[in-house]
Each structure stands twice: as structure tokens, then as C-alpha cells.
Design a protein around this ligand. Structure first.
Ligand code: PAF
Length: 285
């Protein structure tokens, strides 16, 4: 496995491989790799000739009060996992490589409307940071396919739209959420939870499952679904703070008053210093 820090070297490698007719895939990550990243990587390795994993903790997607400095970093174990999974290149650029003219003042990519709902309403600028860095990674690596986890449902929709709006022509592949046996979605931020919090947080997913059941049984009132989710989560997770919980349009992501068509149930909940997100797609005929 090669490890590149330079965007230029990464791009030259990728161009050469693509010119030789080999398909190059990209799995963008911020490191602290866990089993869910392992699944993305395994799928990319299985479906493509070559796989690049990028590890870059992107400063522009963290708000001033968020955990950029504290975000878990473990390069050696990340490198081992990638090597074991048969990754061809680990791209691990420095900030100056991805933001050669500084991170604050220059070009920004913003996918406007769908960035304004759900997490976007609570993390101003977050998705502009994500869209900007993903566009840069796409430019540097020029993959034919890129793999993202569906746990970050809004991010996935934003990247699909960015790919289409900026005519990258990349196949954007969404991979199902990987869960612990009690239903908790895997996340690098789960390590912030203490024992009691860890015992209680599966109630986020349980709430989504129960709401999906209500919808299947005929509930169509989005306000009632949102109220149920909030009440259930508050009841089972001590001291949590809910950023949002409700039923959203599966592509446009706005909150639904009437639950119909393709729907995503989603929630973002602060538990201690961990902000946990989860979602569940529901088809309402
Ligand atoms: O999902 C993530 O880990 C990040 O948001 C991403 C897509 C790698 C961009 O920094």
C-alpha cells in the first residue's frame, strides 16, 4: 500500500491508473476507522480494480465550538486496517495540501437548499465544509466510484447533488448503516459515551423503528411522528438534548407535515459531548 501526502502525487497516480483502463474508487474518511469504514472499504475493494482511502480531518466542517481538536486520530491503526483490507493508496494530506491558500478566505462549494434542513439547521456552515472538501477530493483522486455511509443520510444526498451539479460523473455509492448488536449505529463519536450513556443510546434507533411501525399502521401526521420521537428519546436517555427528530422528504429533506411517498425518519441527539445521528428510510404508499 502506498501512502501519499501530496495531492499532486495522488493525482498523478490516479491519472496513470485510469489511463491504463483501471477503475479507481475512493472512500473518503476522517480516520478513526471502525467496522463501518471497514465495510465501505471492503465493498470498494471488491467492486473496483483499485481503491484509495483518504484520511483527512477537515477543519472547515467543524464549527468553532465543535470537536475538531479532540476528534479521534489514530493513524497507525487506520493504516493497518487499510493494509489488511487490500487498499492500494492511503491519501493522507496535510491541511496546507487541501487548502493551499488557507481554509478561510477562498473558494467554497455550497449545495444550498438541502443543506438547510436537519443537521444543516443546527450546524451552520458544516455542509459547505463537507461539500468543499469532497469536491477537492474528487478533483484530486478523480475516482470512477466513491463510497459513503448512509448513516450520514443528509451528507449522502448533498454529495449526490454536488456530483450531479458539478458534473463530476462519479458513481456515488451509499452503504447501509452498520450497527452494534443492540442497534446503535457505529460512529467514531461513540467513544465519547460513558457506560450509562452507552446503555441508553440504542433508544434513538428504537424510537425510529417504533415511528416506522406507526407510519406502516397508517399514521400520516408528521407533527405527531416528530412529537413521538422526541418524547420517546427524552424518556429513555437521561439528560439528552435533541437537535431534531422527525419525518423528512427522502430527497429534498424538508420536514413533512403529511407523511407520504419516500420518507426518511431521522434524529440528531446530544448525549454528553457526543452528537449522535441516525435515520431510517420508510416507504409510505
Ligand atoms: O463522513 C465523513 O467522514 C466526512 O464528512 C467526509 C465525507 C470524509 C468529508 O470530510
Amino acid at each position: 500500500m502506498e501512502v501519499f501526502e501530496s495531492a499532486f502525487r495522488m493525482n498523478s497516480w490516479s491519472s496513470e491508473k485510469s489511463c491504463s483502463g483501471l477503475s479507481v474508487s475512493l472512500v473518503p474518511t476522517m480516520g478513526a476507522l471502525h467496522r463501518a469504514h471497514g465495510e465501505l472499504i471492503r465493498r470498494a475493494v471488491a467492486e473496483n480494480d483499485l481503491t484509495v482511502v483518504s484520511i483527512f480531518v477537515n477543519p472547515t466542517q467543524f464549527g468553532p465550538a465543535e470537536d475538531f481538536k479532540a476528534y479521534p486520530r489514530d493513524f497507525e491503526s487506520d493504516r493497518e486496517l487499510c493494509e489488511k483490507e487490500g487498499v492500494d493508496v492511503l491519501f493522507s494530506p496535510k491541511i496546507s495540501e487541501m487548502y493551499p491558500n488557507g481554509a478561510e478566505s477562498g473558494t467554497e462549494v455550497s449545495v444550498k437548499e438541502i443543506s438547510s434542513f436537519m443537521c444543516g439547521a443546527h450546524r451552520p456552515g458544516h455542509f459547505d465544509g463537507v461539500a468543499t472538501v469532497v469536491a477537492k477530493l474528487f478533483n484530486v483522486v478523480r475516482p470512477s466510484r466513491a463510497y459513503f455511509g448512509l448513516k450520514d443520510y443528509q451528507q449522502f444526498q448533498i454529495i449526490k447533488r454536488l456530483n450531479s451539479d458539478l458534473i463530476f460523473g462519479i458513481e456515488i455509492v451509499g452503504c447501509y448503516t452498520v450497527r452494534e448488536s443492540d442497534g446503535l449505529a457505529l460512529s467514531s463519536r461513540n467513544r465519547y459515551l460513558d457506560k450509562q450513556q452507552r446503555r441508553q443510546v440504542p433508544y434513538i434507533y428504537k424510537a425510529l423503528l417504533k415511528a416506522a411501525e406507526q407510519i406502516k399502521n397508517g399514521e400520516t401526521d408528521g407533527t405527531k411522528i416528530s412529537f413521538f420521537l422526541k418524547e420517546f428519546i427524552n424518556k429513555h436517555i437521561d439528560g439528552c438534548k435533541i437537535d431534531y427528530a422527525g419525518a423528512y422528504h427522502a430527497q429534498r429533506l424538508h420536514p413533512l407535515k403529511k407523511v407520504e411517498g419516500e420518507v426518511v425518519l431521522a434524529a440528531a441527539v446530544w448525549v454528553g459531548r457526543a452528537r449522535l445521528i441516525d435515520n431510517l428510510a420508510v416507504q409510505k404508499k
